[in-house]
Write a protein that binds this ligand. Structure first.
Ligand code: PEP
Ligand code: MN
Length: 361
């Protein structure tokens, strides 16, 4: 008899467990919906005031036999699990899990990340009209559709050339227009973002500014494509969070750029973290470029390194080109001259890693 009663009571317990479980899942659903609202409103997940209210109410309603402390403890566990749910499941806007498809960032009609790898080229710094005229012509001849050129240069020494500023952007824009190329340039201050929109098709956030959060917010508030470079000592996770800063302000036109990180190795200017490319492609839905100039700092290995970058899945490579690198006002040692650039483009096209040059009709 007792045996049967025990069995029956246990069955009742099993049923109550199932009901509790169903209620917990139902509660979790609501928690997630609250989490989404909090996220869109920019509210933090944890709300201690609200948690206290709930615990006080439960203690007041407690019919026993558990004492209030036990009830508070049990529900605190449920609250904590719920908080975890809000934080984890929320997912980053830039994360791959949010969308199954690759984001294609279109810069003046040119698609980045659409399966057609490309080269972005141009001088380290915009220097003179003559330099830009020569470089524009050469880049066009090589079929380049996106030209780079720095007008605000974040230099290690304050005594080095700091860039031409706004007139440099003007010159870059004029050259781009003349030779049918979109242009990208680095902006280092949130105050210059608005001004830059008149001149550039894409704003670069450089390595030294990857965690300049005010700048990230400022470019996030625009709708212009952003080229976000990995910081000198930034982890992949930090780069992803930097991109999230931009996306969280509503601008998802982000292209990531691996440009080498600081290690003890001295043979190259930085150490190119080639594995960052497939990791970023796997973890995010954003296009990824590799800057072969700043990562290697060596012209002699740029072709194999660019091939490796494309082979590992990069959507494009960035390379610095100057009519006369030896007299360049920045990065004189590592910019390619026109002959070297032509050889670089030829090698990449021959490898099949970027499309062949279509004959100009
Ligand atoms: C640049 O691309 O001009 C530049 C300064 O690169 P980085 O920010 O990667 O050093
Ligand atoms: Mn440079």
């Amino acid at each position: 008899m007792a045996e049967e009663q025990l069995k029956e009571l246990r069955e009742q317990l099993d049923e109550i467990n199932s009901e509790l479980l169903a209620l917990l899942s139902q509660r979790a659903d609501i928690v997630e919906r609250i989490g989404q609202i909090k996220h869109t409103r920019g509210m933090t997940a944890f709300d201690p005031e609200r948690e206290k209210q709930q615990l006080d109410r439960l203690a007041a309603e407690n019919p026993g036999p558990f004492d209030d402390g036990t009830i508070r403890h049990l529900f605190k566990q449920i609250f904590q699990a719920s908080l975890g749910l809000q934080e984890e499941r929320r997912g980053l806007l830039v994360s791959r899990s949010r969308t199954g498809t690759d984001t294609v960032v279109t810069v003046r009609g040119m698609d980045i990340g659409g399966g057609k790898p490309f080269v972005v080229g141009g001088p380290c710094s915009v220097e003179t009209p003559d330099q830009m005229e020569k470089v524009g012509k050469e880049l066009q001849a090589q079929g380049i559709l996106l030209m780079r050129g720095g007008a605000f240069k974040p230099r290690t020494s304050p005594y080095d050339f700091q860039g031409l500023g706004e007139p440099g952007l003007q010159l870059l824009k004029q050259t781009g227009q003349k030779y049918g190329m979109a242009v990208v340039s680095e902006i280092v201050s949130p105050n210059d973002v608005e001004m830059a929109l008149q001149y550039v098709d894409m704003i670069q956030v450089g390595a030294r500014n990857m965690q300049n959060f005010e700048l990230l917010k400022a470019v996030g508030a625009t709708r212009i494509p952003i080229l976000l470079k990995r910081g000198l000592s930034a982890t992949i996770e930090e780069l992803i969070y930097a991109a999230e800063y931009i996306a969280s302000r509503g601008n998802e036109k982000i292209v990531l750029c691996e440009r080498g990180i600081r290690t003890y190795e001295k043979a190259t200017r930085n150490t190119l973290d080639i594995s960052a490319v497939p990791i970023l492609k796997q973890e995010t839905h954003l296009p990824v470029l590799v800057d072969v100039t700043h990562s290697t700092g060596r012209k002699d290995i740029m072709i194999p390194v660019a091939k490796a970058a494309l082979a590992v899945g990069a959507d494009g490579v960035m390379v610095e080109v100057h009519p006369e690198p030896s007299v360049a006002l920045s990065d004189a040692k590592q910019q390619l001259n026109f002959a070297e650039f032509a050889a670089f483009m030829h090698a990449l096209r021959e490898s099949g890693l970027i499309p062949r040059l279509e004959p100009v009709s």
